[in-house]
Design a protein around this ligand. Structure first.
Ligand code: NI
Length: 138
């Protein structure tokens, strides 16, 4: 284990208060542990951004299936990217809302582009791309 280093951070009081409240709800007992995890996540994200290799991930979508031609648009896009989309899981949350998890694999930039296209379809209420990598390809 490398040596621990302490450093000071200037931060707006209100922002720090919100941060403390947020980390308390996720179970962190101190700021240091939360900040370490955030730094690690940031570094992993930077690795994706610079990666030219292959990564895997999921795109989570929450939408109202009654919204316009949303389901047709989602279907069309997923067929367009059949090489990168390995699988998907669809759950009917209630009479209106659907949760879909799309499993993807490929170049990080390409996957970000696909996620952006899916998430920006009108009627998608929430969407998020999560990428994962061993850092050594697969
Ligand atoms: Ni559904």
């Amino acid at each position: 284990m490398t040596e621990l280093v302490r450093f000071g951070v200037s931060i707006d009081q209100q922002l720090l208060h919100r941060f403390d409240q947020a980390i308390a709800t996720t179970g962190y007992t101190n700021r240091s542990e939360a900040i370490r995890d955030i730094v690690r996540n940031y570094l992993v994200e930077q690795e994706w951004a610079s990666s030219e290799g292959e990564v895997a991930g999921t795109i989570t979508l929450l939408y109202d299936h009654h919204s316009g031609n949303l389901t047709a648009a989602l279907n069309e896009l997923q067929h367009q990217y059949f090489r990168q989309i390995i699988s998907s899981i669809h759950v009917h949350l209630d009479p209106d809302n659907c949760l879909e998890t799309v499993v993807v694999r490929g170049n990080p930039d390409e996957l970000k582009d696909i996620a952006g296209r899916l998430i920006s379809i009108k009627g998608v209420k929430h969407g998020r791309l999560t990428l994962s990598s061993t850092g050594k390809g697969f």
